[in-house]
Design a protein around this ligand. Structure first.
Ligand code: HEM
Length: 181
């Protein structure tokens, strides 16, 4: 039965195969990797997201790509030991609440992780292999923490409200696609 934060962390560990403690290793990556590589990674990732036929196409339709890149790259830099550009600009809301309106289930997490894994490959030597491994562990754990958080939110909702919109205000595109169906 979905529970609180402890339950979410256990689920994240179970589904990602990454222990919570391992995610702290990202803390010094900013100094190792540097800002240009972070930005490049987010550009490569969102190029894939925006041309993704399988999952993300409908979710990001009409959303500004530059802002998505900036949000992600500033968040990653801050989370990995860099300046607080992200929270200075956007406040301290958690990643969980920032994903509230979006459908984040296991297939979504797998797709997100698959595109990010490909992006880390595409970036080549701009990020060293060990840093890539540490980043990927953090991404996996976080993706499944978001999935678990969503399950908790849904378990507290009446049946009729369990579907997330894929775009704000997009009543007609509720669950545009369900790859698990
Ligand atoms: C698990 C599947 C995931 C899905 C379906 C998903 C989906 C989304 C969507 C639709 C947005 C909104 C984009 C926008 O408003 O511009 C977003 C934003 C964001 N996502 Fe995810 N995401 C996922 C996983 C992750 C993970 C694993 C991370 C970090 C490790 C992450 C970090 C972010 C950040 C930093 C933002 C920007 C939030 C903001 O500033 O408003 N996401 N995501």
């Amino acid at each position: 039965m979905p529970g609180g934060l402890q339950w979410m962390k256990e689920q994240a560990e179970l589904n990602s195969g990454v222990k919570q403690e391992e995610t702290t290793q990202v803390g010094d990556l900013y100094n190792r990797i540097g800002e240009p590589a972070f930005r490049k990674l987010s550009v490569i990732f969102y190029d894939k997201v925006y041309s993704d036929e399988e999952w993300f196409k409908d979710i990001f339709k009409g959303k500004d790509k530059e802002s998505a890149i900036q949000n992600q790259c500033e968040f990653f830099m801050q989370r990995m030991g860099g300046p607080s550009l992200y929270s200075d600009r956007k406040g301290n809301q958690t990643l969980i609440s920032r994903h509230k309106g979006w459908r984040v289930d296991k297939p979504a997490a797998e797709r997100w992780l698959s595109l990010m894994t490909q992006s880390l490959e595409d970036i080549g030597d701009d990020i060293d292999p060990e840093s890539k491994e540490v980043m990927l562990k953090f991404f996996k754990h976080t993706a499944y923490l978001l999935v678990a958080a969503k399950e908790v939110m849904h378990s507290n909702k009446p049946e009729a409200e369990k579907t997330d919109v894929v775009k704000p205000g997009g009543k007609d595109i509720i669950l545009a696609k369900d790859p698990s169906a």
